[in-house]
Every structure is written in structure tokens, then in C-alpha cells.
Design a protein around this ligand. Structure first.
Ligand SMILES: Cc1cc2nc3c(=O)[nH]c(=O)nc-3n(C[C@H](O)[C@H](O)[C@H](O)COP(=O)(O)OP(=O)(O)OC[C@H]3O[C@@H](n4cnc5c(N)ncnc54)[C@H](O)[C@@H]3O)c2cc1C
Length: 385
């Protein structure tokens, strides 16, 4: 089934159906148990990667699928509809959009030659380290430094809440090469896990996206050759910004699919579950919750594919992407709450999985730039704020 009443080519429909089959048959079984244990499965990661889910937007030259933003969204939305392992999809998306995309977009042929094919194949699992204990939303206040000493850089700093860090093979680290230059003072570095002076400590378990591991990265007198730098000095912030545009639209397609999955379940339950001698859906207050879930789903989908289309055409899309990220994450939380209310007590039974949408959606209002930061971007483009 086509995910939206936009033009979807036969090849795209075929891809969507293949992804749906794969996700249902291979990724979803056991997802609730892994979620309860907070367990990342490298074996499933490898299987998803072999299927092609680790390199969707990466050009075919490096073994990726070469999908544009709209096609990437179609695949990720399909995963939302069919894959119950939200954490695994989140880890794949963080790897693709916040690590693989900036390496591809850096046009740094040396780094691309070294890593990109293995990243697109998923055999090199990536993490991106931007956030610090004192620099979250205010990312340009980062304190991590990279001091040039001859043919080396010495990196020092701490990066926290880093998705995939405990299992990553390669780290994309943003650090200041010129602390006085603001945006232009940040550079990007690629560090293999074995780099001396790089240490990862896993973070506490999350309430949602529990199968996606995260951790803190400590960089202490971490000496890397100049060749570890990606792109020119000072290019880091621009690369990070471009990666966030990809992440804010394409990753959030997952939540659109997950909202549809939850809506279907709620409709079925509201028809089957009887109280006072009739299906609960016959009560207008329950039916209206379902109507609101449907309207949220459809408005999210329109904003999603509008942002994707603008991005695909290479047009300015920062505000469209911010609206898409903001609206989808907030609607997913609202619909997650509605789903729990419709299911009553069953809604909060972890094994039933009804609460997964809410638990997975709450962090979505924070990562890739908080709702407040997205509102700031939109206000700025409106000439206020
Ligand atoms: C599940 C998850 C995965 C993540 N993965 C990664 C990763 O892979 N790599 C990485 O680098 N980071 C990652 N992060 C970190 C994420 O990017 C930050 O949590 C986020 O940017 C917010 O920073 P903070 O947590 O320090 O909150 P803060 O910036 O301290 O914000 C706290 C609150 O204050 C608000 N606030 C701050 N400034 C303003 C302002 N000027 N106006 C109005 N409100 C404001 C915020 O919106 C928020 O509500 C992840 C986070 C989560 C939750």
C-alpha cells in the first residue's frame, strides 16, 4: 500500500512492500522482550544492514541505496508501521543521518574512501558526538577542543547522551579548533573506537527507545593525526547543520508510521472491547480520540512529505523541516496518550506494547533539537523571536 496519496512509483511501492515484509518477519519478533531488557542486538543490526537499512541516502558509488529524502522517508515510515523495535530503527537512523550523511556531504574523498562503503554496509557502526554536559541546545557553547600540535590534534572534552556510543566502531566528534571563532571554530573528526584517549561509559537505561544504546564519550589527551579531521578546519558546524536537516525530516518519518500502527490497533480495540453492553468506540468521547489521532497522523504526513519534497528539490527547507520535526514529535506524544486512554488498564501493561508509542515519542521532543529550539527556528523565519 502506498503510504500517502502522492505520486509513488511502482519501484517505490515494491521497495515499501519488501521493507514491510522484512520488518514484520525479521525485526519485530521479540521486540517487546528486547525493549523490556533494554537490549541492543548486533545480530539484528547486521541483518537490517544486509537488507540495506544502514545506507539509505548514501550514493550507490559507496554501496548505499542512493535514495532522496522523500524515498528515504517512505522506507523509514514503513518501518514505523511494521517494525516494533523502535530503538533499533532509531539507532539505524542516528547512524545514517547524523554520521553517514555528514561524511558523504563533506566531500572529503580521503575519509569517504576510508569509511563510507563500510558505513553504508553497516559493518562500521557509527555514533556522532555533539552534545556535552554544559552544551545541549546551546551547541556552539561546546567546550571540547582539538589543539593542533605539529601533524596531530589533541582532543579533550566530554560528549553525553550519544546514541550508539557503547557499540559504535567509529565516532564523528565535533570539537573547537578555534574557540574564538564561534560557528566557524568547530571542526569534525573521525575517530575509530580503538583510539587511545577515547573512552565510552554507557548511560543509564532510557524510558523509551530502550533497545538503542547510548553513552558518554570521554576524550582525554586524545592524540589523532591531522588526517582524522573531516573537511577543512571550521567546517564542522555546517556539516552538523546539514545532517540535522536530514535527521529532522527523515528520522521522524518513523513516528508517522508508528502513529498509523497505533491508530489501527486503537480502532480495532474500540470496535471489539465492550462496556455497558456496547463497543467502547460507540461512545463519542472515545470515537473523538480516534478522530483526533487520525487528524494528527494525516497532518504529520503532509508536513513530512512537504519537507521531504522541498529537500529533494534542493530548496530552502529549514523552517519546513523544523515544523515537521516539532509537529510529528508533539503529535506522537498526544496520540500515545490517547492510545493508552483508549486501552484503559491494558494501555499501561508493558507487555501489551500500547505504551511504546508514548515512551518512544517523549525523547523525540528532545533529540535533534528540542521543541523549543524548533519553535525558535520557525519564529526566526517569521521575523519574530
Ligand atoms: C534519546 C536521545 C538520543 C540522543 N542522541 C544524541 C546523539 O547521538 N548525539 C548527540 O550529540 N546528542 C544526542 N542527544 C542529546 C540531545 O541532542 C540533547 O539532549 C538536546 O539537544 C537537548 O540538550 P540538553 O539535554 O542539554 O537540554 P538543555 O539544552 O539543557 O535544555 C533543557 C530545556 O531547556 C530548554 N531551553 C534551552 N535553551 C532554551 C532557550 N534559549 N529558549 C527556550 N528554551 C530553552 C530546552 O528546550 C529544554 O526544554 C540525544 C538525546 C536523546 C534524548
Amino acid at each position: 500500500m502506498a503510504p500517502i496519496e502522492l505520486d509513488v512509483s511502482p519501484a517505490q511501492v515494491e521497495r515499501i512492500e519488501a521493507v514491510a515484509r522484512f520488518a514484520r518477519e525479521r525485526l519485530s519478533p521479540g521486540a517487546r522482550e528486547r525493549d523490556a531488557r533494554g537490549e541492543f542486538s548486533r545480530a539484528l543490526w547486521d541483518e537490517a544492514a544486509r537488507f540495506g537499512l544502514a545506507g539509505l541516502p548514501i550514493p550507490e558509488t559507496w554501496g548505499g541505496s542512493g535514495l532522496d529524502a522523500v524515498e528515504t522517508m517512505q522506507v523509514v515510515e514503513t518501518l514505523g508501521r511494521t517494525c516494533e523495535d523502535g530503538g533499533l530503527v532509531f539507532s539505524l537512523c542516528a547512524h545514517m543521518f547524523a554520521s553517514a550523511v555528514p561524511i558523504w556531504r563533506s566531500k572529503d574523498a580521503k575519509q569517504q574512501g576510508l569509511y563510507l562503503a563500510d558505513i553504508a554496509a553497516g559493518s562500521l557502526l557509527c555514533a556522532n558526538g555533539t552534545t556535552e554536559p554544559e552544551a545541549g541546545s546551546d551547541i556552539y557553547a561546546m567546550k571540547a577542543t582539538a589543539r593542533r600540535v605539529g601533524d596531530d590534534y589533541i582532543l579533550d572534552g566530554t560528549k553525553c547522551f550519544i546514541t550508539n556510543a557503547p557499540v559504535a566502531d567509529l565516532f564523528l566528534i565535533y570539537a573547537k579548533t578555534d574557540p574564538s571563532a564561534g560557528f566557524l571554530g568547530i571542526s569534525a573528526f573521525l575517530l575509530p573506537r580503538a583510539t587511545a584517549g577515547l573512552r565510552v561509559v554507557p548511560e543509564h537505561h532510557k524510558s523509551g527507545l530502550r533497545t538503542s544504546p547510548w553513552g558518554t564519550i570521554y576524550l582525554e589527551d586524545c592524540k589523532v593525526p591531522v588526517t582524522a579531521r573531516m573537511g577543512p578546519e571550521g567546517a564542522g558546524a555546517a556539516l552538523f547543520g546539514e545532517s540535522m536537516i536530514w535527521e529532522r525530516c527523515c528520522l521522524f518519518a518513523y513516528y508517522v508510521g508508528a502513529m498509523e500502527r497505533s491508530l489501527r490497533r486503537c480502532i480495532e480495540y474500540a470496535r471489539d472491547r465492550k462496556q455497558f453492553g456496547k463497543p467502547i468506540g460507540k461512545n463519542q468521547s472515545i470515537a473523538n480520540r480516534i478522530v483526533d489521532m487520525k487528524i494528527r497522523l494525516e497532518t504529520c504526513r503532509l508536513l513530512l512529505y512537504r519537507a521531504g519534497e522541498l529537500h529533494r528539490q534542493g530548496r530552502r527547507c529549514e523552517d519546513a523541516v523544523a515544523m515537521c520535526k516539532l509537529w510529528i514529535s508533539e503529535c506522537a506524544v498526544a496520540s500515545g496518550l490517547d492510545a493508552i486512554q483508549i486501552f484503559g488498564g491494558t494501555g499501561v501493561v508493558t507487555d501489551a506494547g500500547v505504551d511504546a508509542l508514548l515512551r518512544d515519542a517523549v525523547p523525540a521532543q528532545v533529540f535533534s533539537g528540542t521543541s523549543e529550539m524548533q519553535r525558535m527556528i520557525i519564529a526566526r523565519t517569521l521575523g519574530v523571536g
